[in-house]
Design a protein around this ligand. Sequence first.
Ligand SMILES: C[S@@+](CC[C@H](N)C(=O)[O-])C[C@H]1O[C@@H](n2cnc3c(N)ncnc32)[C@H](O)[C@@H]1O
Length: 269
Amino acid sequence: MSAGDAAIQSVMALIEARYGLNPRLQHDRLSAFFADRSALQRQNLADHLHTAPETDSVWQALIEAMLVHETFFFRHNDQLAVVARDILPVLRQRALGKPLQLWCAGCSTGEEAYTLAFLLRDTGCTGKILASDLSPESVAEAVAGLYRRKPGLNSFRALPEAAWRYFEAVAGDGWRVMPEVRAMVSFQVHNLMRTLQPPLAADLISCRNTMIYFSDDSRRHVEASLVAAAKPGTVLLLGPAERLRYTDVFVPMTDAHPQILHWPLPGGA
Ligand SMILES: C[S@@+](CC[C@H](N)C(=O)[O-])C[C@H]1O[C@@H](n2cnc3c(N)ncnc32)[C@H](O)[C@@H]1O
C-alpha cells in the first residue's frame, strides 16, 4: 500500500469512528476527495484531519462529500398510510391532550419531517417535530422549506394531490411549505453517533434510510441514541432495508410491517 493509500485508509477509519459511516461505502467518494493530490499532500491532509475539530472547514467539506441526502415527500407512503390510519390516532388518545413529540432522525433536507407534520395535521393531532441531520447544509435547506419542481426525480415525486395545500408558490418555480407547518418543525445539526441533547422522550421516531450508511459496529451507537430518545409506547419507523441489531427494546408491531416497531407498554397495551 502506498503512503497516499494509507492516508485514505486512516481517514476512512476516522470517519467511521466519528460519524459511523461504513468504510466500504465511502471508499469511492473518499478517493475522489483525495484525487489530484500527491502522496505527500494526501498524508498532510490526513494529518490535518486527525487533529482538526469537527467544526474545521476541511472536515465539513469532507463530510458533505461523503453523505447521501436522497429524500422526498411521502417516501414509503404505504408505511405512512399505516402510521396515519392506525398509529397516530392511538398516540393522540394516549397523550390525553398533550402535543405529540416526534423525532425525525437523519432528516436530510426536510421532506420527511414536513411529511410527518402533514400527517399530524391530516389526522387532527397536535404535535411538534424535532428533525436532525449531520449535515449543516441540508439542515439549512430544511429550515428554508423551499423546494423546486425540477425535471426528473424531484422532492414532489410521490406527493399526493391533496398535500399541495400545504405549500405556497414562490417566484421561480419554487414551492415553500406553509409557515404554520414549518412552525411545527424545529431542525438541528446532530450526529447520530451521540445521544440527542437535550434528551427527548419521543412518541414517534422516524429514522429511515439512514442506518444503511453506517458500519455494523457504529449501529450500536445509533440504536443506543434511538433508545435514549424513547420511552415505553414509542413507535419507531425504519426504512425498508433496515433492522435493529443491538437492542431488543423495540419489537415489530405487526408481521405485515416489520419496519414499524414499538417499545411495548407494560401490560401489552
Ligand atoms: C438518504 S438520507 C435519508 C433521508 C430521510 N430520512 C428519508 O428517508 O428520506 C440519509 C441522511 O442521513 C444523514 N446522516 C448520515 N450520517 C449521519 C450521522 N452520523 N448523524 C446524523 N445524520 C446522518 C445524511 O446526512 C442524510 O441526510
